[in-house]
Design a protein around this ligand. Structure first.
Ligand SMILES: [Zn+2]
Length: 100
């Protein structure tokens, strides 16, 4: 654990959430709320963000906290686990909801 840099953890969550079309071409996706790893065709729901982008919703925990492999970040259980620990702060989650 903790072999990823903090900036990686922070920036991965700030990575612009993909458009639906882009997300469907991802090889694999991961959720940093529940650390599930899944294929893009398992995503059943997209939320419309304020800037009109479609943000993928995790099929397992229904959180808009999905990142795709094309972001360049490692879609690995241990990476998602570290993101989850860092981003599970309540104020962050609230700010995230405000943006949806
Ligand atoms: Zn999830």
């Amino acid at each position: 654990m903790n072999h990823y840099s903090q900036s990686q953890i922070i920036n991965a969550a700030r990575y612009p959430k993909n458009h639906k079309d882009e997300m469907e071409t991802e090889i694999v996706c991961g959720c940093y709320s529940c650390t599930s790893i899944f294929f893009p065709n398992e995503i059943k729901e997209y939320q419309r963000a304020k800037d009109h982008r479609s943000v993928a919703v995790c099929p397992f925990c229904n959180s808009p906290t999905v990142i795709g492999s094309r972001s360049g970040y490692p879609i690995r259980k241990d990476f998602l686990e570290e993101m989850k620990q860092y981003w599970s702060k309540e104020d962050y989650l609230n700010s995230l909801k405000d943006n949806i």
